[in-house]
Design a protein around this ligand. Structure first.
Ligand code: PMP
Length: 403
């Protein structure tokens, strides 16, 4: 894998922040976008913009074909059985809200949902919103000191009122890769539906929803070198068919009359209104980028950066790392002594290094760890060892000032 060739596809990596060259280590929040994706967006606006699924005219058919091409690419990327199981949303957040609203329609007072303490707010708050109308109980799986889920406790949370188990594939704070296949299997042994939040796994790991046997799998394009405004809900066909629509409007109907409306077949039943077809079309170029680079190559490279940087980080006095599972993704959360994470992030920015600071939309996890937040550095395929060195030497400069 030629990293320099890869970097050339990302013009932002050439830019400076103040006097310093940008070192972008905030990939968990959003990854950068290769030129092929941007060109595809411009090309669509320049040559193929017409509303999808509406016109017999040539341009509309081209736009529709481009959108539907991406649906097939996504189906193949996650090894779904059928493209009817691929619903386009605005992102992971909307996909989870769709499931909470539509699948959640069947929940009754007294039903229970299992979550984990490492969930992103996007996989907590939609379930809490159900509690406004229904007395649904949320039960939470804890972690051990390495930041791994307590699977024995997970097993013990199931009972005859459990209706859903939902958990992240990879923690956006700890980097832990959870044993999701086993967790789905345990849920199914109890007759419980299982959903995986794949927002942090889809850019790094090979995903086979049929092998995982999950009922739902959700993720966002913008974390996968793709455009913003596009997400995916995968759902097993028979479950999606049994769910009521999420939003009403154009595209999602068969026939509308004031005496009653019938709904479109999958996947359109869940895609009310004009979709973000420009970005959906461009998302296929991001999947091309990942597949041409090779997920195995990406994973190996990020793993090397993670090992290298973790070892160097551990040598800096006062640094504490959160999330030390043996099976983890290229996310490094840490604090420097008692210093506020914001101060560390602010000073790193002055040296050109972009990292995330704060609670990372995982406040219950922060509460569990007993801290207000962390500094988080995360890698993508275009990051280099030289960048890791700049990050480490910058921290070596900053740490003594803050301790
Ligand atoms: N789940 C996880 C694990 C995430 O990391 C994120 C994004 N930080 C989300 C859900 C929400 O994704 P989006 O903002 O793209 O909807």
């Amino acid at each position: 894998m030629d990293i320099e060739q890869i970097r050339k596809q990302f013009p932002i990596l050439e830019r400076s922040v103040g006097e310093k060259r940008l070192v972008y280590l905030d990939n968990t929040a959003t990854s950068q976008t290769p030129e092929s994706v941007v060109r595809s967006i411009v090309d669509m606006y320049d040559h193929h913009k017409a509303n999808v699924h509406r016109g017999v005219h040539t341009v509309s058919q081209e736009a529709t074909d481009m959108q539907e091409h991406t649906r097939r690419r996504v189906r193949d990327y996650i090894h779904a059985e059928s493209e009817e199981e691929i619903i386009f949303t605005r992102g992971t957040t909307e996909a989870i809200n769709l499931v909470a609203s539509s699948f959640g329609d069947r929940f009754r007072d007294g039903d229970e949902i299992i979550l984990t303490v490492m969930e992103h707010h996007a996989n907590i708050v939609p379930w809490q919103l159900i509690q406004r109308h229904k007395d649904v109980k949320i039960r939470v799986v804890d972690i051990n000191e390495r930041g791994e889920l307590d699977i024995e406790q997970y097993k013990s949370l199931f009972n005859d009122r459990t209706v859903l188990a939902t958990f992240t594939h990879v923690s956006n704070v700890l980097g832990t890769v959870n044993p999701v296949k086993e967790m789905v299997q345990i849920a199914h042994e109890h007759g419980v539906t299982a959903m995986i939040d794949g927002a942090q796994a889809s850019p790094h790991l090979s995903i086979d929803v049929q092998d995982l046997d999950c009922d739902f799998y959700v993720f966002s394009s913008h974390k996968m070198y793709g455009p913003t405004g596009v997400g995916v809900l995968y759902g097993k066909k028979e479950i999606l068919e049994s769910m009521p629509p999420y939003q009403g409007g154009g595209e999602m109907i068969k026939h509308v009359s004031f005496s009653g409306t019938t709904f479109a077949d999958l996947p359109f039943k869940f895609e009310a209104g004009t979709p973000d077809f420009v970005d959906i079309a461009a998302f296929s170029k991001a999947l091309d980028f990942i597949e041409e680079t090779g997920l195995d190559n990406i994973r190996r490279h990020e793993e090397e950066l993670l090992q290298y940087t973790t070892a160097k980080l551990m040598e800096i006095p006062g640094v504490k790392i959160y999330g030390t599972a043996p099976h983890k993704s290229a996310v490094l959360s840490f604090n420097v002594g008692e210093a506020h994470n914001y101060d560390v992030g602010f000073l790193l920015d002055k040296l050109g290094v972009a990292v995330r600071t704060g609670h990372h939309c995982a406040q219950p996890l922060m509460e569990r760890l007993g801290i207000p937040g962390t500094v988080r550095a995360s890698f993508a395929v275009y990051n280099t060892k030289e960048e890791a060195d700049i990050f480490i030497s910058s921290l070596n400069r900053i740490a003594p000032m803050l301790l």
